[in-house]
Design a protein around this ligand. Structure first.
Ligand code: C5P
Length: 254
């Protein structure tokens, strides 16, 4: 790339190599006490390994960068060494930061040149199917600077005035039209230069990377997400994830 601050032209992107950054440095306090969330087992295998395999399952992904808990990079490295992973994919482990945003930035900083499409994928979404990963990459290749997998909402959403004390009644201030809303998942896909620029220029807390690209004034597009790409956040999500894995084993015969 001659100029790191400009999106690469779509023609170049069509042939671009893809890297995936997996922020896995969170503690996962909402899941209850125990090991960092990404290191907890699902079907006997750490959640992070499932997430790494989900990214490496895409033939387009040639590098996976795992952002480990700040003091856990060595542990994560040996974890990757101990599990079977595709040989055509390279793996890197870097220590993360205090916020998800900081962890993603540290992952981006570690990317070698030559990968002009970047996916950012939560370790906490271990079961995303490869078709969803490929659909995101395809939309970036076709020219979108930022792509999110998204699903329509089952619940109606209310905007409230948050209570000062948890559990207190909260006044409802608005009801956005449900048909216009989407729940956004990962992997989110980016033209690399655009994502780097977003992380260099946007300050303030954001909950996803595409939100930073929106703040640059660029158009983010949504492609269909998948119900199995849900985020493992609370104890009940672990039960659901185990059930999805059990169903896959039955269907695949292993
Ligand atoms: O906390 P939340 O579920 O939103 O975290 C989403 C992802 O960001 C998780 O995979 C988590 O490990 C990661 N994260 C991180 N560094 C932090 C906080 C969260 O890599 N400091």
């Amino acid at each position: 790339m001659s100029d790191d601050s400009r999106p690469s032209p779509p023609a170049a992107r069509a042939a671009a190599r893809t890297a995936a950054v997996i922020p896995a440095a969170g503690r996962g306090v909402r899941l209850g006490p125990g090991a960092p969330k990404a290191l907890r087992a699902l079907g006997g295998t750490p959640m992070l390994i499932h997430a790494v395999r989900a990214m490496a399952a895409s033939r387009a992904v040639s590098l996976v960068v795992v952002v480990a808990p700040p003091d856990g990079a060595a542990e994560v490295k040996s974890l990757l060494d101990a599990h079977a992973l595709p040989e055509r994919t390279d793996f890197l482990v870097v220590p993360g930061g205090q916020s998800r945003q900081e962890s993603v930035k540290l992952g981006l900083d570690a990317l070698p040149p030559g990968h002009d499409i970047v996916l950012v994928h939560d370790a906490a979404r271990p079961l995303v199917p490869v078709d969803t990963v490929d659909a995101v990459i395809e939309a970036v290749r076709e020219g979108a600077p930022a792509v999110v997998p998204a699903l329509p909402l089952a619940d109606t959403v209310k905007q409230v005035e948050p209570a000062r004390t948890p559990g207190e009644p909260e006044p409802v201030v608005a009801t956005p039209e449900r048909a216009l809303l989407r729940a956004v998942q990962t992997p989110q896909g980016f033209d690399r230069a655009t994502l780097v620029r977003a992380h260099e220029t946007v300050t303030g807390e954001v909950t996803d990377d595409a939100g930073m690209v929106e703040q640059l004034g660029l158009t983010v597009v949504a492609v269909p997400g998948h119900e199995e790409a849900f985020k493992v956040t609370r104890p009940l999500d672990l039960v659901l994830a185990e059930a999805v894995l059990a169903r896959r084993r039955l269907n695949d015969g292993f």
